[in-house]
Design a binder for this molecule. Structure first.
Ligand code: N2P
Length: 370
């Protein structure tokens, strides 16, 4: 049995390596078009999949839900795999008929996923028909600890007060404040900080969030894509950035490697952090649905998932992967939140199209500083 497995692996490797040989070039090559968040996979996993299956991956990235939705809503995206967040994008695409129901017979590793987490995403996808859980995380603050200690020794570093109270933002402005450019993934945290319902569609709540953001606007250096924030944080360009948890922890790891004294920390705000799940999904018009199922199945293998978490510093939903994750990553509560931290998180709900439009108009005004 073992020998056969080895022989099969060797054969698959051979297929992968022989992709450029003329004999194979005559056969149409299978391609898998993946559209994923930036800085969100272990390149080794991509290489391994290609080598094992002979399927070539064409990989594109986005760094906000707005960009993903823009691409998908135009139709005929040509993608086979997308990774939308459970709310609002994934649930909306599922309801709109834009996703293909997953064929579990083609995903033998489906059962590797944590049943409790799967139940949790059922509020976005009853019956878990359209998505497997890829990774999850929170929205919070990346803090350049070495500089904030100097500039503002008694800074409230456990709270969104650090960013959202104008007197604090003013003190930190010259060392750089950034906010990721996404109404969808920022406004709920601001509403929560204000003590309002993060899913509120009430105009007065939205107005309050916009006013709070507008009040700190003069002190914000950049409202930019999350991918840009990751790079700049790692280089020490910002003191405070509102962005996704694992992006901060990746920046922290890069800064440590660079050994230039840049010290980055992550904080899930004590007022309550937004918890999100990113889902592996197949667009309804995907040109290569079989290869897409194969890719999802491949990713759900514990060893592959562990490699991804090690690389991108976001937790996965495969419990068997956990012992294979590096202890420094596995035991970091900023990566895998503790049960107490999870109690202080909130999830978002879908908005009506009108509420969604109101949020995006409000966001544009904040960006323009008006
Ligand atoms: C990866 C960011 C993905 C998290 N750079 C957003 N859900």
């Amino acid at each position: 049995m073992l020998r056969r497995r080895i022989a099969t692996a060797a054969f698959a490797a051979l297929l992968g390596l022989s992709a450029a040989m003329p004999a194979r070039a005559q056969q149409p090559e299978t391609v898998l078009n993946v559209y994923n968040w930036s800085d969100y996979i272990d390149p080794y996993a991509v290489a391994q999949f290609q080598q094992e299956t002979g399927i070539r991956i064409r990989y594109d990235v986005y760094d906000s839900l707005e960009t993903l939705e823009g691409k998908l809503s135009a139709g005929r995206s040509g993608y086979d795999i997308i990774v939308p967040t459970s709310e609002p994008t994934f649930s909306r695409l599922a309801r709109a008929g834009a996703l293909k129901p997953l064929d579990r017979a083609l995903i033998p590793n489906w059962g590797k996923q944590d049943a409790t987490l799967l139940r949790q995403v059922e509020s976005s996808d009853p019956g878990n028909r359209f998505g497997a859980i890829y990774l999850y995380g929170t929205v919070g603050l990346g803090i350049r600890a070495d500089r904030v200690r100097e500039l503002f020794p008694d800074a409230p570093t456990d709270s969104l007060d650090l960013l959202m109270k104008p007197e604090n933002a003013r003190r930190l402005a010259r060392c750089g404040i950034a906010v990721m450019d996404s109404a969808t993934d920022v406004l709920p945290s601001i509403l929560q900080w204000l003590g309002r319902d993060p899913n509120s569609t009430e105009p007065r709540d939205l107005r309050a969030a916009e006013d709070a953001l507008t009040a700190i606007r003069p002190h914000v250096r950049a409202i930019t894509a999350s991918g840009n924030i990751l790079d700049a944080l790692a280089n020490g360009e910002y003191c405070v950035a509102l962005t996704y948890s694992g992006d901060v922890i990746q920046a922290q790891a890069r800064a440590r490697e660079a050994k230039r004294g840049v010290e980055i920390g992550y904080v899930a705000p004590k007022e309550g952090a937004q918890l999100w799940f990113d889902m592996l999904a197949i667009p309804a018009d995907a040109p290569h649905p079989e290869a897409a199922h194969r890719f999802i199945d491949f990713l759900l293998q514990p060893a592959v998932m562990a490699g991804i978490t090690n690389h991108v510093r976001y937790p996965n939903a495969v419990p068997e992967a956990r012992p294979m994750v590096n202890p420094a990553v596995r035991d970091d509560p900023d990566v895998y939140p503790t049960p107490e931290m999870l109690k202080r998180t909130f999830t978002t709900a879908p908005l009506t199209p009108a509420a969604e439009r109101a949020r995006s108009r409000s966001w544009s005004r904040f960006k323009a500083g008006r």
